[in-house]
Ligand binder design. Structure first.
Ligand code: ADP
Ligand code: MG
Length: 350
């Protein structure tokens, strides 16, 4: 296989259930060893897309290629077991009557006994479960079961690993730890993986590329920096990270009049003078400066240890948030000076 052939290529895939279009012209691709993450609200079509790639759902239009080979097209569907994929699901799905070792060995039962033994041992060690080899699923915690499920999916050495919300049944501390661990394991093996989540922190910590899905449409496919700082649409802007939209009007080159005052700077403007815009304002881009010209009223505050997240009301009646060092402890109803980091604001035409 040439380096230039993507390991996974999804091209203009459309999929409907009756009149419900769940994937609409979805395109993206992943190179070998890349970790991708499909992010989006519940019901936006993440699981369906994963099932399409796995070969459990036929498609209406477009195609899917794995390692340069077409596996899905409107009149073609290579069965799941012939796609060289591994899968890990949300609900563990281990065989309850098999031990950890037996579960892992299941997917490689066609291999010789010696090979199987070696592989299972390596996999158990890789996921840190060597001590639990002979335990049954019910004797394992949720996190341990997910480790075994991962080992089982990896044992046959798939080209592509698909994970559907693998950590969503775990508590958040364990989830954070496992996310990082799993990323390390996948990187160590150089495996290409596509994971589904509705949790953006998980997506940020695990993925090289994030795909944001809304109503079956891929809004953006890019790295975490771009998705966060250069959102391709209003949907992405408001779904990813904290931030609010404040209205404004372009009044000149690089200049916008808004509830945050007259904003001048290195703003890339989507339209001419006079047009109305929406500004994505993230809390970390609103600085608190005591004597700033713009004063805003504290309407809510949430103490977060190092910072306080202030909910502020602007003179326009709109609201924004400011993430401020918690040494600046203001009270609700008080007016505080704010100064927006103009160059970081993202401007959308209305
Ligand atoms: P997500 O994983 O993002 O929560 P899903 O892919 O599970 O979203 O579902 C997307 C939409 O497709 C939902 O409206 C869901 O009801 C619908 N859907 C999923 N699977 C089926 C199916 N087998 N038959 C009919 N509708 C389905
Ligand atoms: Mg789902």
């Amino acid at each position: 296989m040439q380096e230039t052939v993507p390991l996974l290529q999804v091209e203009q895939v459309c999929k409907s259930f009756g009149t419900n279009q769940v994937a609409s012209e979805v395109s993206f691709s992943m190179t070998k060893g890349e970790i991708g993450c499909l992010l989006g609200p519940s019901g936006c079509g993440k699981t369906t897309l994963l099932r399409v790639i796995a070969g459990f759902e036929a498609i209406d239009k477009g195609q899917v290629q794995i390692a340069g080979k077409i596996v899905s097209a409107p009149n073609l569907s290579v069965p799941p077991e012939k796609r060289s994929i591994g899968m890990v699901f949300q609900d563990y799905a281990l065989f309850p009557h098999l031990t950890a070792i037996q579960n892992i060995a299941f997917g490689i039962r066609s291999k010789s006994v010696r090979l199987r033994k070696e592989k299972v041992k390596t996999m158990l060690e890789l996921v840190g479960m060597a001590d639990a080899a002979n335990k049954y699923p019910h004797e394992l915690s949720g996190g341990q079961q997910q480790r075994v499920a991962l080992a089982r999916a990896l044992a046959p050495e798939p080209e592509l690993l698909l994970l559907d919300e693998p950590f969503s049944n775990l508590d958040s501390l364990l989830r954070d730890r496992l996310t990082v661990e799993v990323r390390d394991i996948l990187k160590e093996l150089g495996i290409t993986a596509l994971m589904v989540t509705h949790n953006q922190h998980e997506a940020f910590s695990v993925a090289d590329k994030i795909g944001v899905l809304f109503y079956g449409t891929m809004q953006q496919w890019g790295n975490a920096y771009d998705v966060y700082h250069r959102p391709a649409s209003l949907e992405v802007a408001t779904f990813v990270g904290d931030g609010v939209l404040v209205t404004g009007r372009v009044t000149g080159p690089g200049q916008i009049e808004s509830g945050l005052g007259l904003l001048k700077g290195n703003l890339s403007l989507p339209c001419e003078s006079g047009c109305e815009v929406d500004l994505l304002v993230r809390p970390e881009d609103v600085l608190h400066v005591e004597n700033a010209q713009v004063q805003a009223k504290v309407v809510h505050k949430s103490f977060r240890g190092p910072n306080i997240l202030y909910q502020l009301e602007l003179s326009s009646g709109e609201q924004c948030q400011a993430l401020v060092s918690s040494h600046h402890n203001h009270t609700i109803g008080e007016y505080i000076g704010i100064f927006p980091e103009v160059d970081n604001l993202v401007v959308f035409p209305r």
